[in-house]
Design a protein around this ligand. Sequence first.
Ligand SMILES: Cc1cc2nc3c(=O)[nH]c(=O)nc-3n(C[C@H](O)[C@H](O)[C@H](O)COP(=O)(O)O)c2cc1C
Length: 199
Amino acid sequence: MDVIEAVRRRRATKAFDPDHKIPEETKRVLLETSALAPSAYNIQHWRVVDVQDPGIREGIREVAWGQAQVTDASLLLVLCADLDAWQEKPQRYWATAPQPVQDFLLPKLDEYYRGKPQVARDEAMRSLGLFGMTVMLVAQELGYDSCPMDGFDFDAVARIVGLPGQYTMGYMIAIGKGIGTDWERNRIPVADWVVKNHF
Ligand SMILES: Cc1cc2nc3c(=O)[nH]c(=O)nc-3n(C[C@H](O)[C@H](O)[C@H](O)COP(=O)(O)O)c2cc1C
């Protein structure tokens, strides 16, 4: 386990080798491992568009400030969430839990989400954040660089990928072999953001 190393090495990569093709097996490991990320109620709201078509990539780049990662990365994943996932055969989310746990959680889930679109959206975004970070760290472990991206016109990308009405879009992640170097990393001191006991 070398999580600290993966965290340290990950950078928001701006330039990728446009000729590198990610092997299908590597992609499978990346996606399957990333799905081990936690999600609220284990709903696994993430719905990921794997944009392979070069023409569609070009179209997205045009509405993403021309950012080269969109077309040059080996993988472009658009991370979306299904806001109705909580009510889509929810039994499957705890199929391996003991029956009393299932009996407790199913009505709780309904109570938690029904009629509360903001709750559904907040939970989806939390889960997408954790999922995306997992994607980037697993990619690092597999020898790939990545870039999380929300510098794009959300409505335009939603149209391009045909986002269904009950879905929301979180951000994109470009993954590939980074070329060139980024500028030095910069973080504000821990003391500027840790608060002892209360604000
Ligand atoms: C939600 C989100 C959106 C981002 N959007 C972009 C983007 O559109 N283009 C880009 O080059 N970097 C983007 N970044 C990367 C950040 O600029 C980068 O993570 C930050 O500057 C710190 O650099 P580091 O990740 O290399 O440590 C985004 C990061 C996050 C978390």
